[in-house]
Design a protein around this ligand. Structure first.
Ligand code: GLC
Length: 542
């Protein structure tokens, strides 16, 4: 039962959540550094998130996924974890976390944590002890002797550029790091590592969390023989260095699926938490992560909307192909932006961002909405002296920087957009004084109003949450589909072009517009043809 933020004080956490709640749910990703600062240091924190939970309720999302807030030296802004079972003082304390979780639950919101199993921080006690030769931690990370010729054990590359191996003088060995040298990879082939990491899940599940988004889950096991990756014949200098080789042996190994199933089993010890996997793989390989008999991830993250050209034909074909590849009973999911990829409004423009939001909220599958997309945060120039992303700093000649997608949430027109009393750690977008939650909440046609309307419509309709999906004929530039559940039907027609379009719905039905991205046409009856304005999407009631 959803309550308004002011009513929640006397409400306790909900009873055990029902199985499969994540199917009809929508998820909202919070990058904690950038959501709300409560202590005036220019960086967001857990107390800030707690104070802003009302925004999630007003928006109509069901769950918050919070990117890492664990103790960390912040070489990769929290994706380098020093201690999996605590909170970095920058973000608050475990008490702050418990308060946040209790209040979220009282508001009917679920909380999903980010679990980072592939690597620790170089400052994690396990690594420090392993490096010092402690026999109990010797093989907790991936240590290898130099190759016979004296160099790195193989040719694997780091995702952030440079070799994926660093030589350690103390041990006279190399350690493997798929990301920064400050992020050594754990050795999941060591049963003690696996047990300790599964206990981390239990630690947070006992506190009451509702699931995990698992960072680079597909890479946690590497080839047992550490074979060289093959060269990528298509690589060019404009591409990140990691793409120079095909990552055949450094990830997505067959052994990973048993480990994913073990994580899932831990969740099930506690009830019905959701397991989401971060997996950047083509759909044919991605769907394997649902696991044998669907005992793997509930939601292997599907990044196809981020990777497909923004064009009706390409998107339609991609959605059909993904739907067709899903194993029987597997539940789809969709995402438009995240803290690693360009924001949707920066990629497709602010007019199409509205169409994109309608697409996200009307496809079959659980949508994940990235904070700030609900107000259409778009491009931002981060001046060289303010660049913070380690990847951008390591490959400055490429446009791989992730700072522009991590800028502070824009709440209102007060100083620093209401995000902080202090100068924020990253700049705001140039249009923040007009593009913010408070301003858009007053505008019935804003992106925020559209996002709220979409989420409300979705929630009110089993057809939009749980119904089947079928592509419909449409002219070039238009993507059209049907959602159906029992006798409920909705048709969706999205004009992905900047020209007006005429769409002919399937014959013989009385149709009415339930929602247009313009927010101006609800209730309009549709005859034999529907005139779509440039960059307009509509949901039709059949
Ligand atoms: C994932 C995260 C990314 C991080 C990397 C290393 O891809 O989403 O932000 O840098 O893993 O942990």
């Amino acid at each position: 039962m959803r309550r308004s933020p002011s009513e929640n004080s006397a409400v306790s956490a909900p009873a055990a959540p029902e199985a499969g709640w994540w199917r009809a749910a929508s998820i909202y990703q919070i990058y904690p550094r950038s959501f709300q600062d409560s202590n005036g240091d220019g960086v967001g924190d857990l107390e800030g998130i707690r104070r802003r939970l009302g925004h999630l309720v007003d928006l109509g999302v069901d769950a918050a996924w919070i990117s890492p807030f664990y103790p960390s030296p912040m070489h990769d802004f929290g994706y380098d974890v020093r201690d999996y079972c605590d909170v970095d003082p920058l973000f608050g304390s475990l008490d702050d976390f418990d308060r946040l979780l209790a209040e979220a639950h009282a508001l009917g919101l679920r909380v999903i944590l980010d679990f980072v199993p592939n690597h620790t921080s170089i400052e994690h006690e396990w690594f420090l002890r392993g490096r010092a030769g402690d026999p109990d931690r010797r093989d907790w990370h991936i240590w290898r002797d130099p190759s016979p010729s004296g160099g790195a054990p193989n040719n694997w590359l780091s995702h952030f550029g440079g070799p994926a191996w660093t030589f350690d003088e103390t041990r006279g060995q190399y350690y493997h790091h798929a990301f920064l040298p400050q992020q050594p990879d754990l050795n999941w082939r060591n049963p003690a590592v696996k047990a300790a990491m599964l206990d981390v899940l239990r630690f947070w599940l006992r506190r009451g969390v509702d699931g995990f988004r698992v960072d680079v889950i597909s890479q946690i096991v590497k080839d047992e023989q550490f074979r060289d990756n093959p060269e990528n014949p298509d690589w060019t200098q404009e591409r990140p260095e990691i793409e120079r080789r095909l990552q055949l042996y450094s990830g997505d190994r067959p052994e990973v699926h048993a480990l994913v199933a073990e994580m899932r089993a831990v969740l099930e010890e506690f009830g019905h938490g959701v397991l989401i996997g971060e997996i950047y793989l083509p759909p044919e390989r991605l769907v394997a992560y649902y696991g044998e008999a669907l005992r793997g991830a509930h939601l292997p993250f599907n990044f196809q909307l981020l990777e497909t050209p923004w064009e009706a034909g390409a998107l339609g074909a991609m959605i059909e192909a993904y739907e067709a590849l899903l194993p029987q009973g597997a539940w789809p999911n969709w995402v438009l932006s995240n803290h690693d990829r360009p924001r949707v409004a920066a990629r497709v423009g602010s007019a199409q961002a509205r169409v994109a939001a309608m697409l996200l909220m009307t496809l079959r599958g659980t949508p994940t909405l990235y904070y700030g997309d609900e107000i259409g945060i778009g491009p931002v120039e981060v001046p060289p002296e303010r660049v913070r992303d380690p990847w951008a700093l390591r490959e400055p000649h490429l446009s791989v920087g992730r700072d522009p997608v991590r800028t502070p949430m824009q709440w209102d027109a007060s100083a620093n957009a209401g995000f902080s009393q202090a100068e924020p750690w990253l700049p705001l977008t140039p249009d923040w004084a007009a593009r913010n939650v408070a301003t858009q909440a007053r505008d019935p046609c804003s992106m925020l109003s559209l996002t709220r309307a979409l989420l409300a419509l979705r929630k009110a309709s089993r057809c939009l949450t749980l119904g089947s999906w079928r592509r419909l004929d449409a002219p070039a530039g238009v993507l059209a589909y049907e959602r159906a559940f029992a006798d409920e039907r909705r048709l969706v027609a999205l004009n992905l072009s900047a020209a007006p379009k005429l769409w002919t719905p399937p014959a013989g039905e009385a149709l009415e517009i339930a929602l247009s991205t313009t927010l101006a046409r609800a209730g309009e009856k549709v005859g034999a043809q529907l005139a779509l304005q440039p960059d307009e999407g509509v949901i039709l009631l059949a």
